[in-house]
Design a protein around this ligand. Structure first.
Ligand code: ADP
Length: 162
């Protein structure tokens, strides 16, 4: 049974993430969406909120679970018995960082493979960072995120604007 971990910040979950999760579920038996909790990073949503939103968007699927982790991804993968790290690739600009990360993880845990998937082209330019930036200035991001994420972003930035 192949378990894949899909790690990321998911701050917030975008349509690009949703697309990668759906593709991952076609390829692997079990996918774990794992929200990285990094106390050094400033986030719009807490990791609990990010998980709750992802759960609500994706609905009930026994092959998909939601979790958070801190520390080394390889340690978390070992704990979960995962053999694959799932990552999304967008533009070429993602490639260099992802290559470094995948190589480092392979050094740390040779039996863990990183698998890259590409989104559909509508989501090719969608990133959480851009979504946060546009939403913070009141821009419309409804085409880039699921409706509940859109609502949560509007609520967040109406009380704490950029
Ligand atoms: P972001 O890079 O958007 O801030 P994350 O750190 O949460 O988001 O990303 C987690 C993973 O999802 C990374 O592998 C990232 O490349 C991938 N990803 C994010 N958005 C997209 C997208 N629109 N298409 C494909 N992959 C994506």
């Amino acid at each position: 049974m192949a378990t894949a971990i899909y790690p990321g910040s998911f701050d917030p979950l975008t349509n690009g993430h949703v697309d990668i999760i759906k593709r991952g579920l076609k390829a692997f038996d079990h996918v774990i969406l794992a929200v990285a909790t990094n106390p050094q990073k400033k986030h719009v949503f807490t990791h609990e909120q990010r998980i709750a939103m992802a759960r609500e968007v994706m609905g009930d699927d026994p092959r998909l679970s939601f979790d958070s982790f801190n520390g080394l991804l390889v340690d978390y993968a070992k704990k979960k018995g995962a053999t694959v790290i799932l990552r999304g690739l967008r533009a070429v600009s993602d490639f260099e960082f992802e290559l470094q990360l995948a190589n480092m993880n392979r050094k740390l845990m040779p039996e863990l493979d990183t698998v890259f998937m590409m989104t559909n082209e509508e989501n090719f330019y969608v990133s959480s960072r851009l979504v946060r930036e546009v939403a913070s200035f009141g821009g419309d991001v409804s085409a880039m995120v699921p409706p509940i994420v859109h609502t949560a972003l509007k609520a967040h930035f109406s009380t704490s604007p950029a």
